[in-house]
Design a protein around this ligand. Structure first.
Ligand SMILES: Nc1ncnc2c1ncn2[C@@H]1O[C@H](COP(=O)(O)OP(=O)(O)OP(=O)(O)O)[C@@H](O)[C@H]1O
Ligand SMILES: Nc1ccn([C@H]2C[C@H](O)[C@@H](COP(=O)(O)O)O2)c(=O)n1
Length: 225
């Protein structure tokens, strides 16, 4: 049972590129609540495992890595969130498709998920928390005040990612990104433990063709019905 049910939580789950991070950050800022990017924790373990040359097929080593890796979230001078892994600013490395694929692979190991469970719940602090991921509404915060499940067509998600990476000067192809998104969707949705799926009481929002501001307002409207 959660220890702090009186602190409200809004969970925003969904597949890669559905806009969870963008929408969650904006909604958290508008509400004045804390924000948990749970994917960053899985990505940080994947990156730390890479630095330590661990085998992604060695669950015992990855579980140790999940317990031992120090992960901190700190804003930079401009207030942008940075992720510090074992003392190193790994924010940019975390956002690569390689880190996303490693995170998706290690996230299928039940003991890794268990190792991160309490770390995620510790983000629940007053006045409230917006938590984004895959199992925020189903497993980590089942008693959340509101649960949202964001979707968008795989093609639109690939286009969003394409634009995002192009803007950063990263060379990618739309076809390659679409293939990676479909592969990640399949892996995240088919794993035995905490698969990607909407909680029964989640409100689904299909963001295909919707702008960021529209989605933010729809989510906020759910908080003030
Ligand atoms: N409704 C939207 N309309 C257009 N672009 C959007 C929308 N929501 C998010 N984006 C853009 O899509 C890209 C991916 O968004 P974001 O990183 O928030 O997705 P995500 O679901 O958190 O992805 P991941 O699970 O891979 O971290 C960003 O460039 C973001 O600005
Ligand atoms: N609650 C979560 C968050 C993330 N994951 C896994 C699955 C994703 O493919 C990967 C990276 O997440 P992202 O940064 O893209 O949101 O991490 C998970 O299983 N559960």
């Amino acid at each position: 049972m959660p220890e702090t049910p009186e602190i409200p939580v809004l969970t925003i789950d969904g597949p890669s590129g559905s806009g969870k991070g963008t929408i969650s950050r904006a909604v958290a800022a508008r509400l004045g609540w804390h924000y948990l990017d749970s994917g960053a924790l899985y990505r940080a373990i994947g990156v730390a495992a890479g630095w330590a040359d661990l085998d992604l097929a060695d669950p015992a080593a990855l579980v140790r890595c999940a317990f031992d890796t120090d992960i901190g979230f700190r804003p930079d001078a401009a207030g942008e969130p940075r992720v510090v892994v074992n003392g190193v600013d790994a924010t940019d490395e975390l956002r690569t498709e390689t880190a996303g694929a490693a995170a998706s692979a290690i996230a299928a190991i039940p003991e890794v998920r268990a190792a991160l469970r309490d770390r995620q719940r510790a983000f629940r602090r007053p006045p409230g928390l917006v938590a984004d991921g895959r199992d925020m509404g189903t497993v980590i915060f089942p008693d959340a005040r509101r649960k949202v499940f964001l979707t968008a067509s795989a093609e639109e998600r690939a286009e969003r990612r394409y634009k995002q990476l192009k803007d950063k000067g990263v060379s990618v192809t739309l076809d390659g990104l679409l293939r990676e998104i479909l592969a990640r969707d399949a892996r995240d949705a088919s794993r035995a433990v905490a698969p990607l799926r909407p909680a029964d009481d989640a409100v689904r929002i299909d963001t295909t063709g919707l702008g960021i501001d529209t989605v933010v307002e729809r989510v906020l409207a759910l908080m003030h019905p």
